[in-house]
Ligand binder design. Structure first.
Ligand code: UD1
Length: 337
């Protein structure tokens, strides 16, 4: 049984991926510093899979602790999720973002090299494309100057990994996620936004739950079919499964380059208004919303061309927007309990 270190394994995407890994007979070791999650997530994972992953409370900024972990635990591969991810916060605290997202990656890569761990899956983002000229976006689309320090950390991280693969045996896959939403249908794990949500779906569910008075739609004057911005919303369970197949690709030595990039999305764009209508329909709810001015740094439209992931990983998204919005709402109700 292959042993996989999942950093940030108690986070939103990390926890869903740990579930899929354990269901696919990987042994999982989680490192998380609990900076943006809680230990209850470990209970959720254990309840879903009947298997408790090994958990290590380690801050990846602690180089010695990372070195000790690798000394004491032999792993076959790493999925690296642990990172700060709030775009707005990254503008206000850029150094925190470079320290949390870049220093930690360097320590991790150094220890992987030292301990001959050769397989890495990295959490990247469609944010590297900025506003692409051509839609849907393929992996060949040019990388744009990042609109935020957060986005920049994803670009720099990809470059660091690329350079590391040139001088070592490291084999890596960077998965560029579009917009992950929803939660596990057991309703035992889901997204845990702390404070006022910045992302659309938690804002919608909190508005439907009465925690927020009204949803603001950021911009009604975009050049899209209904004037609201378009994104590719992918169910987090589909996204989690992409990590399992990417890992299998590395272990079966099918990769065609030392570092490969794959877009992970549905291939379908939805506008903010379409998401709202889909939420209302899927959950039989009415949402309070109003259109306000655009949010700084937002782009008009982004959705994935997933041909490469379909062909090379044999992966495609299966769950629908409605599935995701239903699970997001059930999770919101669960959080009340
Ligand atoms: C952003 C980041 C992305 C990051 C993701 C997760 C950019 C360009 N995108 O995605 O890299 O991985 O967050 O943190 O940096 N919206 C509203 N009202 C709200 C909230 C959102 O109308 O209250 C709209 C937004 O304007 C956008 C869409 O909903 O059009 C999705 O927003 P959001 O969920 O925040 O994701 P992105 O901004 O696409």
């Amino acid at each position: 049984m292959k042993k996989i270190l999942v950093t940030g394994g108690l986070g939103y995407i990390g926890s869903h991926t740990v579930v899929e890994l354990q269901n696919s007979d990987f042994e999982v070791l989680i490192i998380d510093d609990l900076s943006n999650t809680t230990m209850t997530v470990l209970d959720g994972i254990t309840a879903i899979t009947n298997k408790k992953p090994n958990f290590f409370k380690i801050d990846l900024k602690n180089k010695d602790a990372v070195a000790n972990f690798f000394k004491e635990n032999k792993v076959d591969g790493v999925i690296h999720f642990a990172a700060s991810k709030a775009v707005g916060e990254s503008v206000k605290q850029p150094l925190k973002y470079y320290e949390n997202n870049i220093n930690t990656l360097i320590y991790l890569l150094q220890e992987m090299e030292q301990n001959k761990v050769k397989n890495l899956i990295f959490s990247s983002s469609c944010t590297v494309y900025g506003q692409a000229k051509v839609l849907p976006i393929t992996e060949k689309a040019p990388i744009k100057i990042a609109a935020s320090p957060y986005g920049n950390t994803k670009q720099i991280a990809e470059e660091i990994i690329a350079d590391a693969t040139k001088v070592s045996d490291l084999k890596a896959i960077a998965l560029r996620y579009f917009n992950p939403i929803g939660g596990h249908d057991s309703i035992l794990i889901g997204e845990l936004p702390i404070g006022e949500p910045q992302n659309l779906i938690p804002y919608i569910t909190q508005t439907a739950a009465g925690i927020r008075k009204e949803l603001s739609i950021f911009g009604g004057d975009y050049d899209t079919y209904d004037g609201t911005a378009v994104r590719d919303y992918i169910h987090v369970v589909d996204l989690a499964k992409a990590h399992v197949v990417a890992l299998q690709r590395l272990f079966t030595k099918k990769q065609k380059a030392a570092l490969e990039f794959f877009n992970i999305g549905t291939g379908k764009g939805s506008s903010v208004l379409e998401v709202i209508y889909a939420f209302e329909k899927a959950n039989n709810k009415t949402l309070n919303y109003k259109i306000v001015s655009r949010r700084a740094g937002d782009i008009t439209a982004a959705y994935a061309d997933t041909t490469l992931a379909n062909k090379e990983l044999g992966w495609k998204s299966e769950l629908t927007l409605e599935d995701a919005l239903r699970s997001a709402w059930l999770w919101q109700e669960e959080l009340k309990k």
